[in-house]
Design a protein around this ligand. Sequence first.
Ligand SMILES: [Mn+2]
Length: 364
Amino acid sequence: MPLMAAAHSSPSGALEALERLRRALGERRAFLIYSHMNPDPDTVGSALGLRFLLEQVFERKAALCYRGIIGRAENRELVRLLAKDLKPARMVPQEQYEASFLVDCQPDFGFDSEVDRVPLLGVFDHHPDSGSAAGLPFSDIRSAYGSTSTIITEYIRASGMEPGAVVATALWYGLKTDTQDLSRRTGAADEDARDWLVPRIDRATLAAIENPKLSRSYYTNLMTALARAVSWRELVMTEIGRLPYPDMVAEIADRLIRMEQVQWSMCCGLHEKRLYLSVRTSHPTLDAGLLVKRVLRGRGAGGGHDTMAAGRIELADEGRETYRVAVEDLWSRFREELGLHSVEGVRVVEHAPEGPRVGGAWSA
Ligand SMILES: [Mn+2]
């Protein structure tokens, strides 16, 4: 269908963006779409939406892949129900693709040229522009948008094509989770995308994704996290040792930030020689991403948004002592940065069978 037909009903500039993408594709026929490491709903929704564009609008071949682990039960259900063919990068015959796209991140964070063999053609992202996409033939980075799914939705609307319930549901779930139901980091573009997507989604599938069964080990890890949690006034921190999957630290940080009087939550754990950490804040002015960058300076990599951030530290080995020393150092850095170094820590669950293993007086 001619693209101009949809011009009147799509956001301004969207048609130009679609044309820019068409030109960037050139004569290439087959594309690989990389989600970011340890994919979340926004990167999965964006990848499905971009594949729809490449296949249905531009009549090319496109496949999806990811690196890392899909851990969170909701994300596993999302992939099981809507993106069955999202494959680990190592299982994809990368030589069959001429060019690749990266969605919901930028090359300095989400692309590893050692592993990701298909030459990068472009990125779609809504994180602050790191400058690392500057040399690419195509990039669309809009940091004022609540999600990458919002950006991709604009392209689909501009194309005038109907995406169907699978793609619409995945895009809506990506937008919904990244903006906590459009309650934060959100603007008119996100609301516009919501109004367009919601009538197209499959509500029963969405409900199934949002309420998945949880594994027994999930509850074990939750118990460990609570038993080892310590608070210093408005800061609460915990660690769960060996992680079933890296995302687990984010799930715990999400739960702890809801505690009364708490403005900062942090959870960390170990996965294959890496210490992963996740931070949440409800502080009205301070920025979680900046705090994590300061804490990790010279120690590891990390960053994020105003209310949530994540990071990782490469450890020399997976040994218990190496991990304990790294956690002690991390906890002390957080307390220092938040001016809580002289405040005494208090166990969150006083009579838990197992207490905190780090944090000074509580060591056992
Ligand atoms: Mn996102």
